[in-house]
Ligand binder design. Sequence first.
Ligand code: C5P
Length: 432
Amino acid sequence: MAVSEAPREQAGPGEPWRPLAGRTVVLGVSGGIAAYKAAELVRLLTGEGARVRCVMTAAAREFIGPLTLQTLSGAPVATELFDLTQESEIGHIKLADDADLVLVAPATADLIARMAAGMADDLLTTVMLATRAPVLLAPAMNVNMWSHPLVEANVERLVGTRRVLMVGPGAGFLACGWVGPGRMAEPVAIVEAARRALTRQDLAGRKVLVTAGPTAEAIDPVRFIGNRSSGKMGFALAAAAAARGAEVTLIAGPVGLTAPLGVTRVDVEDARAMQREVMAREGGADVLVMAAAVADYRAQGQAAHKLTKEELGAELRLELTANPDILAGVGLARAERARTRPLLVGFAAETPSAGSAGDARDAELVARARGKLTRKRCDLVVANDVSTQGVGFGGDESRLLVVGKDAVEVLAPGTKAALAHGVWDQIVKVLP
Ligand code: C5P
């Protein structure tokens, strides 16, 4: 079958960490009680920098007024296919062509059925059929409707076209009084799915293991030896990998951060626990990114009770034992078994010598990173100058150099979310 070219240049891939910015999202609203959440969706989408154009079915207008969505989106709401004024001012083909994404939330059983049948009997279904953009459906309906074989068959048919994506539904209390699957995905989850629909899925099918945060090495049940790692870089790396389609497990030391959507989180306290969790999973991973700042030492012996001031005395001497080097351990295991998986990415947080600046400073960072690359047998080391105020540990911004055996890539300074994608761009280049 001949595929005709789009009459308009589709927006190219935007910044991967802000995939909705500058994009046009046609938000279709069909007639279910979850339609009231469309208002929140418009706010979230515009907050991401998207241009939102709302299309409402007749049934949707029984649940929420077009004025609400028009006010929030700052653009006229399209409702009619055969209204002369609307058609000349908005135009159903223009809507379909302008869309970078058609998001339908809520998508009712009726709308799903009409789409699955290839029908175009109102404005929304016409736009859904006429667009070349991905169509993302957020179904919402009664639990018995959702599990009806006809609805299941329709959903399967739509997903099978590969042009239609689904988010949710989740399980929970339904407005109809039933409890079970059928509840529309929460607006934040829908926005995340929208972001993913517009992000290049270059890590699809890959299993990724990321470590993040500090480790806390207990002295007694209350006190510990720790470090200043905030975990933000590791969490950003996990989020970016998930957004690019990877199956991500995040092994996190003690940090107060929320796991990115769709990421499996494993919490650990100390280096040995982190090592156990990494070793249990590294064999099945395609990539291991060790962004955690693993404590170099742990207290020898650990008091079972909180040490009293008297026990601590005026001077406390702690005997310290070196922690296992997790990354070097995986590097060695991989070399011994002549494996190529997982690809190993280490981090090197450095404070270059005082007085060194510019290129000399970078050269020093690279040299230290290369030392780690060889010692720990990894494929890439991400060097990070943590001596600059507000950059590196704890901050939201950072400056990174991705160091390979032969090449060095200096990433443009930016937020950790942006840099995380920059790091993955480099990893994707060397992934077998
Ligand atoms: O040697 P250094 O601690 O600077 O190396 C940093 C890299 O090694 C990071 O990727 C860190 O996660 C990893 N590392 C480790 N186990 C340790 C110490 C560091 O895996 N005990």
